[in-house]
Design a protein around this ligand. Structure first.
Ligand SMILES: Nc1ccn([C@@H]2O[C@H](COP(=O)(O)O)[C@@H](O)[C@H]2O)c(=O)n1
Length: 295
């Protein structure tokens, strides 16, 4: 199955330790789908990084580039993106150094969005008109997880309302999909007045943050994890999983490939370099076939 991923993939696939990977996969298969949860990032992990050589938008960019935002504000957001995104992906800076700067970026952008008086009823059209695209093979990915009743936890530092709308419009917002993200807070007339709860940025995603929530109860017996991410910050998404047994970490290396390759190879079990598809479907198919043979 691992070989299949390597062969089928249009991208370059790196596997840290194929033997160890095979063991993890066997163990996950033996334990059954009811012990598995999938934890995934959203922007540039479930969605495409580029299409026809052009960058695709993140959930924030869907708003930034839309008609809901004034030209002056768009220019300010672009400036912020050009300032802070290089810091986010800079492999020479530590997470500790980047963290306050990421909070600064998100806070500034959210304040700008609030100033724009965005209305809730405008989001559907804005998503429809955007160039956001889920990765090739997404239908099968969501379908396998739904069929096997495996929870898909999407942990995103993006905008929850936007990304949920993307998944809804793609027709794959199944009941097993749970999104944890920055949700907009609208006033009684449907105008954006704030963002709900604690800010989620690229370096504070942790399943432990869900402790005491209804959802945490539902997943606490699932000790095997498949984690999908595109940044080193995504690696902490499984922190707090109860009695973790096996974790399979799959990383999409989209940008600044050469500079960041080594750190991704050190941290992820499988690294998909410049991939735009969901080759992980082969792993899910394998788990599913194994389960179908047994039951
Ligand atoms: N104003 C912003 C802030 C962040 N981003 C990007 O969004 C990504 C975060 O979302 P995840 O689903 O990946 O957690 C992150 O990679 C930022 O670069 C943005 O585009 N605009």
């Amino acid at each position: 199955c691992l070989q299949q991923i390597a062969e089928m993939s249009k991208a370059t696939v790196h596997m840290k330790d194929p033997e160890h990977l095979e063991q993890i996969l066997e163990s996950i298969k033996d334990s059954g789908p009811n012990t598995l949860q999938v934890i995934s990032d959203f922007d540039m992990t479930l969605t495409r990084f580029a299409y026809n050589g052009k960058r695709c938008p993140t959930s924030h960019n869907v708003l930034d580039n839309s008609k809901l935002i004034s030209k002056t504000c768009q220019a300010e957001m672009k400036n912020l993106l050009n300032t802070y995104y290089p810091i986010e992906i800079d492999s020479t800076r530590s997470i500790e150094e980047k963290l306050p700067l990421m909070v600064e970026w998100w806070t500034k952008v959210h304040n700008l969005l609030i100033e724009q008086k965005i209305r809730k009823d405008q989001l559907t059209a804005v998503v429809k008109e955007s160039n956001v695209i889920l990765r090739e093979g997404y239908q099968l990915f969501f379908h396998h997880l739904h069929e096997l009743d495996i929870p898909l936890l999407i942990f995103s530092a993006g905008v929850g309302d936007v990304l949920e709308e993307v998944i809804r419009q793609a027709g794959v917002l199944h009941p097993n999909v749970k999104v944890f993200s920055n949700y907009m807070d609208f006033d009684e007339s449907g105008v954006l007045q704030d963002f709900k709860g604690e800010l989620i940025h690229v370096y504070n995603k942790r399943e432990g943050a869900l402790l005491n929530t209804q959802h945490f109860q539902e997943i606490q017996s699932r000790h095997n994890v498949m984690l999908l991410g595109d940044s080193l910050g995504d690696l902490t998404m499984a922190d707090g999983v109860q009695d973790l047994q096996n974790i399979l970490k799959i990383g999409y290396l989209n940008d600044k490939v050469e500079e960041r390759k080594q750190s991704y190879l050190d941290s992820y079990d499988i690294v998909l370099e410049r991939d735009e598809s969901m080759d992980v479907n082969s792993l899910l198919r394998e788990i599913r076939n194994y389960h179908d043979c047994l039951y």
